[in-house]
Write a protein that binds this ligand. Sequence first.
Ligand SMILES: NC(=O)c1ccc[n+]([C@@H]2O[C@H](COP(=O)([O-])OP(=O)(O)OC[C@H]3O[C@@H](n4cnc5c(N)ncnc54)[C@H](OP(=O)(O)O)[C@@H]3O)[C@@H](O)[C@H]2O)c1
Length: 241
Amino acid sequence: MSKIILAGGFGKLGLAIQAGLAETNYDIVGVLSGHSHESQYPVWTSLDQINVSADIFLDVSTPQTVFNNALWAIEHHMAVIIGATGLTDDQIDTLREKSERGVLIVPNFSLSAVLLMQFSQLAAQYFPDVEIVETHNPKKVDAPSGTAVQTAKLIAKARIEEPVKSSEGAARGQRVADVAVHAMRLPGYIAQQSVYFGGIDEQLTLTQSTTSRAAFVPGVLRALAGVEKITDLKIGLDSVL
Ligand SMILES: NC(=O)c1ccc[n+]([C@@H]2O[C@H](COP(=O)([O-])OP(=O)(O)OC[C@H]3O[C@@H](n4cnc5c(N)ncnc54)[C@H](OP(=O)(O)O)[C@@H]3O)[C@@H](O)[C@H]2O)c1
């Protein structure tokens, strides 16, 4: 049974992970949080309070805290999974240099989002004309989403032929790696992304959506299984699938 320290365990994603790891082979040995919480697990509100060892440090805290937490975990010889967003390229380089065991950065734990990106790369080889529409809750701070940006970059890399030229303008979306990306912000949505491909008299649309944070748990379980098998820093759930 692997021992897990869960950072950010009382946030929206952290609570879904707490529920998802119950009755698995993963044993949460404590939770690092911003404030103290009633819990069946030991709860620490600073790194220097942590008084147990663990195999894996799983961080779903905040963009402000994830880097220091991850450094601490590496220094304490743990494998690290980073689900929180906000690491800069320089911070990622530092973690790569310091890593002793596996460090897995997972921008998106959703299996359907990861598969959508893979399928989109395949389709882009045959259909270079493509646009992305992503829809998230109005509370989401960034637009377009990191997943949409990453999907656009992967499509651009996978294209063999140039897309047809079309008109420009605000309503034509934001150009990311020469792919138009449209972001909608609507209540009632958590995360949805559609990739529209157009060919000669045929269309292909790929859509994925997550309707609750429980959707991230299968991806978290795959990350937990994968991180102990890698020995350096990797980015993306697909690197351990
Ligand atoms: N990779 C993915 O698939 C994925 C999916 C969804 C979200 N995310 C990312 O995951 C992160 C968390 O998202 P969320 O929606 O769960 O946010 P959230 O509800 O705001 O939760 C963040 C949690 O971090 C805790 N925290 C504050 N300072 C901390 C510290 N020093 N060490 C450890 N924990 C600390 C807070 O604790 P208190 O409650 O005690 O203040 C809070 O519960 C964000 O960066 C988000 O973008 C990633």
